[in-house]
Write a protein that binds this ligand. Sequence first.
Ligand code: NAP
Length: 315
Amino acid sequence: MAIPMVTFNNGNKFPILGLGTLAATTDECKNAVRAALDAGYRHIDTAYAYGNEADIGEVLQEYMKAGKLKRSDFFVTTKLWLTYHQPDRVLECLNLSLSKLKLDYVDLFLMHTPCAFEETGNGFIPLRADGKPAFLNLPPEETWTKGMEKAVKLGKAKNIGVSNFTCDQIDRIFKVATIKPVTNQVECHAYFNQANMHRFCQQRGIFITSYGSLGSPGRAPAFKKDTDPVLMDDPVIKKLADKYKKSAGQILLRNLTQRNILVIPKSTNPARIKQNMEIFDFKLTDDEMKQIEGINTDYRLFFNDNFVGHPECPF
Ligand code: NAP
């Protein structure tokens, strides 16, 4: 079954489901992208920070050269890294991504975070000589109007958006933007359902893209606590999985897409990659959607300590 498309506020269409690739590199990443494209995925989510753009670019070239795909058949998202927020550095970062991806444009370019950092050469999330984080007090709206919008005007990004932004930060962008963001990519799942953010975004014609849709069981140890709940083990989710003869993961993805939220589940396992897109042949009832709403506890799984104290910290 083909993956449904949504229509962004600029009229462009985009797949509601794509492949997440965080922490997948080299052969693992390449094989995951091949498995996804073979299964029918047409959107790959990556970022400058993931270090796998070259792997993804290699596979996309392979498929285009073999005549399996045209450039217009697939969608690639990448993200601006936090040391490139100065307006004159935005294109520099995007050009680096494009060259690794071996593409002339990306379909979606996101500000990875509202928090700007200065490049000190000391660490990927840079520190100053005194060991303190190299925060840069640069409002995201400046990066947006003077850098992100330019990427669209130059034809290097078809759509632009944000990630990990608060409602207030989105409002500030809206006040000055000539090109509106199409999405805010945030942590969003049944235990952290972003109901307020979702309402806010819908009122402004912005889609939420969910990360951690499955509860991110493979997330980095820095983000894990022993006491964290395991979303795919939730009894409400498991009961619905039994009813529909689907997996817990499929119920979670179905719930989000049924709320008109974009999903980018990550997997490097071909069977799970295929399974994660088999969610468009059943529908949860209104009552079941309510039951899932009922397990929300606003439990955040991703909390980035590196941003604490930053003037734009969204957490
Ligand atoms: P996720 O998609 O919730 O979970 C991925 C994990 O679930 C992997 O460990 C995967 O293992 C496992 N999995 C996948 N499908 C499964 C299934 N059907 N049943 C059981 N387990 C399954 O979490 P995520 O990777 O953290 O987030 C998704 C994507 O969002 C990322 O890859 C990245 O592209 C993006 N992201 C963005 C941000 C941001 O700041 N913008 C932050 C985090 C993530 P296997 O690989 O072994 O299948």
